[in-house]
Design a binder for this molecule. Structure first.
Ligand code: GN1
Ligand code: MG
Length: 368
């Protein structure tokens, strides 16, 4: 198996015991490798970065190197004043001192440390969990608030630029395959109508950025609930993982992504659409957790666009899933036919629920 051959190239002691598929990422191929010595064992994550999604995988690794060096130094400097032991995975180098390996097909593989004794959950478990998601994201943003975004490359051009995803959807609709998939499903047509009614709103964050009201910062890009590790012993957040999408962006992308996942207890794959709601109590808790760190770096202009991101990021993810369904499932991994369409419907249901609770959400955000 290729993953086993690759795993042996990293600088880890002992003999390889196993390499098994791991986690539930929608994009990369992830494995857990176990190496054992006479005395102990080491577990670490081996990943193949999907070329079809990330056009420039080396840019991801360069960003990850800059980010982890920056954060590890800050975490250690603040460790004595901290209420917990914060962690962040580190890059495991190859035996020859490189940050990644390229295989015979030209695919990039990397190894990163596993955060031990901690778990990540695909769905929010309880209000304390939602608080921790906000607290961990706020802490991450504070850690990178002095990491100049211009030092980072755009590993994923156009990531979270909502109008770009709408354009991709339009492009898919102009193909015979896209038209066929649309004609075949009343649900796809309903989903498309949902987007059409909100087309104008898709520009909200981009317009604010273009007008200079918001500024680019170092962002995580994918701080969904499943990427926040919770310490098994204390129940508190210990780190945020999945650093592939770290690049210059708006903190709003991250806030909207964390809230769309942590305030939807039914999850991204909810079996019953009727169970999908945006829970405003969970939102209150996650926002409180986030603010404990964010007071230091959020500007009044940032505040003015918080409702926009809470509303826009689930709508955007729905558009991304719908566009991928219409294009024939070329981006997200699917577990059954129609999976992307189904995922889109969940995000649109969530968006609808956010629209119905707009007043309450704005109140939590402290708006008059
Ligand atoms: C993808 O692969 P994964 O699960 O970490 C996607 C995110 C989406 C997420 C939805 C690079 O993340 O943007 O929010 O699925 N990552 C990329 O679950 O597109
Ligand atoms: Mg991800």
């Amino acid at each position: 198996m290729r993953a086993a051959l690759i795993a042996r190239q990293f600088d880890v002691q002992g003999r390889l015991v196993s390499v098994e598929p791991y986690g539930s990422g929608n994009v990369n191929d992830t494995y857990l490798a176990i190496f054992r010595t006479t005395f102990s064992e080491q577990r670490f994550i081996v990943q193949r970065v999907r070329k079809s999604v990330f056009p420039d995988p080396e840019a991801i690794m360069q960003n990850m190197r800059i980010l982890t060096d920056h954060c590890h130094a800050r975490l250690e400097a603040e460790a004595d004043r901290s209420d917990r032991i914060w962690q962040l995975p580190k890059i495991i180098q190859t035996k020859t001192g490189e940050d990644w390996v390229t295989d015979a097909d030209g695919d990039l593989w990397r190894a990163i440390s596993q955060i031990a004794s901690a778990n990540a959950y695909e769905r929010v478990q309880n209000p304390e969990h939602a608080h921790e998601v906000g607290f961990v994201l706020g802490h991450f943003h504070r850690m990178v608030s002095d990491l100049e975004p211009a030092r980072l490359r755009y590993a994923l051009p156009g990531f979270h630029v909502t109008p770009g995803y709408v354009a991709k959807m339009d492009e898919a609709l102009r193909t015979p395959g896209g038209q066929e998939r649309l004609a075949a499903s009343p649900e796809a047509r309903r989903a498309l109508r949902f987007v059409e009614e909100r087309r104008g709103r898709c520009r909200a964050l981009q317009d604010a950025l273009d007008a200079g009201a918001l500024r680019l910062r170092t962002t995580h890009g994918d701080p969904k609930v499943g990427n926040v590790m919770i310490d098994g012993a204390t129940g508190r957040g210990t780190c945020i993982v999945d650093l592939d999408t770290v690049q210059p962006g708006l903190v709003h992308y991250d806030i909207g992504d964390a809230t769309r996942s942590a305030c939807n207890p039914a999850g991204e794959d909810a079996p019953d659409l009727a169970s999908v709601i945006f829970d405003t109590d969970l939102f209150t808790t996650i926002y409180r957790g986030y603010l404990k760190h964010a007071k230091e770096f959020l500007s009044p202009a940032d505040h003015r666009h918080l409702f926009d991101c809470v509303h826009l990021i689930p709508l955007e993810l729905g558009v991304r899933f719908l566009a991928d369904h219409l294009a024939g499932d070329v981006y997200f991994k699917v577990r059954h036919p129609g999976h992307n369409l189904r995922r889109a419907l969940v995000q649109f249901k969530l968006t609808e629920s956010i629209e119905a609770r707009e007043g309450q959400i704005r109140k939590v955000l402290g708006e008059p």
